[in-house]
Design a protein around this ligand. Structure first.
Ligand code: PYC
Length: 398
């Protein structure tokens, strides 16, 4: 009988750190905390591990962002992802076959050149390439055929790729469990108690837990959880939809994204195409797919790969994205509530950031000092007018 990936425990009355959210951010934080010697940790998940954004994303990993702060942060994550299979002894199927962001107009090309320059300044491998080279690297892409949106250039980012997102969640969960953390599924947080400016306990559907520190590592409900601790967040929650096709023979080993067409596509090791689009234009907590999304995504995909016209879609879904005003996350301790920490507001960038945010937040909690890479992302930046603008660093509509 194989041993379970993680054990079940009674809820204890007290933990040093209570992490809310059983996705990649929460589990990575717990795992890296155990590595730093903090072992009395609970991870609380309202549903099951990976129910939220970690199980609903399109599994893209990359660091070709716009700002020096963002590029350095996501680069740290890519480097941790590169070691993850060996570190956690679990095949997370990381396939770094390159990430191509297409431009279809002059303005788009200028944006890519700026990103490539910023990437290179921080030491991240990205360069702008033009149609002949794009065609050579992605032979099935419609580069020279008829198109309403001809491809003029691409930002080529060789370290980018895709990973098996469920495997990442399970591997971190097993690592955290082995390190002594308690993972509690079906455990919903109903209130957070704060006394004299310090977090004291977390109330759940299974009882109240005293807590030395509380980490909000949720997506979709980040503002709801933070409000329980009296910390309002500048976040709007929008659904982001995706779908998967029937399996096809392997023809695409790169990730292709187009911000003009708002579409991104990759092919999994099973042969399915995973494709997504922009976030829904209205705020909502819906995780249902819509026909409008399918029509749009399919139309845009066919601009890039017209031969896919008769491919069947197997399933579609949505996840929730917490969007901040500058499209960068909020990580660190709440300025006015001691012991209440957050890794939230990831918008559409969350999955790829999980290892870095977990690693750095664990260091922050264990040492009490903010690591350099986290300094730009505190909640106070909105009051201090120090935004980290990552708008237009993806193929989603921002
Ligand atoms: O940032 O690569 C990305 C992404 C893909 C889908 C949503 N965001």
């Amino acid at each position: 009988m194989p041993s379970p990936m993680w054990r079940q425990h009674e809820l204890k009355e007290s933990y040093d750190v209570v992490v809310i959210g059983g996705g990649v951010h929460g589990l990575a934080t717990a795992y890296y905390l155990t590595k730093l010697g903090v072992r009395n940790i609970a991870v609380l998940e309202a549903k099951y591990l990976g129910f939220g954004g970690s199980g609903r994303n399109t599994a893209i990993v990359r660091s070709n962002y716009r700002t020096p702060e963002g590029i350095a942060f996501y680069d740290h994550s890519v480097k941790l992802y590169e070691q993850l299979a060996a570190e956690l002894e679990f095949n997370v199927m990381f396939s770094q076959h390159g990430h191509f962001t297409l431009a279809h107009n002059e303005r788009g090309v200028t944006g890519l050149i700026e990103r490539a320059n910023n990437n290179r300044m921080v030491g991240v491998n990205s360069r702008v390439i033009y149609p002949a080279e794009i065609q050579k690297l992605v032979p099935h892409l419609n580069v020279f055929g008829h198109s309403r949106f001809p491809i003029m250039a691409a930002l080529y980012h060789p370290p980018g790729g895709i990973i098996r997102h469920d495997a990442v969640v399970w591997a971190y969960a097993r690592g955290a469990d082995r390190g002594g953390a308690h993972i509690h599924q079906q455990t919903e947080v109903t209130a957070i108690d704060v006394h004299q400016g310090k977090v004291t306990s977390v109330r759940t559907n299974r009882g109240t837990i005293r807590a030395g520190a509380v980490v909000n590592a949720t997506a979709g409900y980040a503002s709801t959880i933070s409000k329980m601790a009296g910390v309002p967040l500048p976040i709007e929650s929008h659904p982001l939809q995706a779908c998967v096709t029937e399996p096809l023979k392997p023809f695409l080993d790169a990730v292709i994204v187009s911000s003009t067409l708002h579409v991104y596509v990759s092919q999994t090791d099973r042969g399915e195409l995973v494709l997504g689009a922009e976030v829904d234009d209205h705020q909502s907590y819906s995780i249902k797919g819509s026909l409008a999304f399918l029509e749009g995504a399919a139309t845009h995909l066919l601009e890039l790969f017209p031969f896919l016209a008769n491919v069947k879609v197997l399933r579609q879904w949505a996840g929730l994205c917490d969007m901040t005003p500058d499209y960068s996350p909020i990580i660190g301790e709440a300025p006015d509530v001691k012991g209440f920490l957050m890794t939230v507001g990831w918008g559409t960038y969350g999955f790829k950031a999980g290892p870095a945010s977990g690693h750095l937040l664990a260091e922050r909690i264990a040492s009490g000092k903010t690591p350099k890479l986290l300094e730009p992302f505190g909640l106070e930046r909105f009051a201090n007018d120090c935004l980290v603008g990552e708008k237009a660093a993806a193929s989603v509509s921002h």
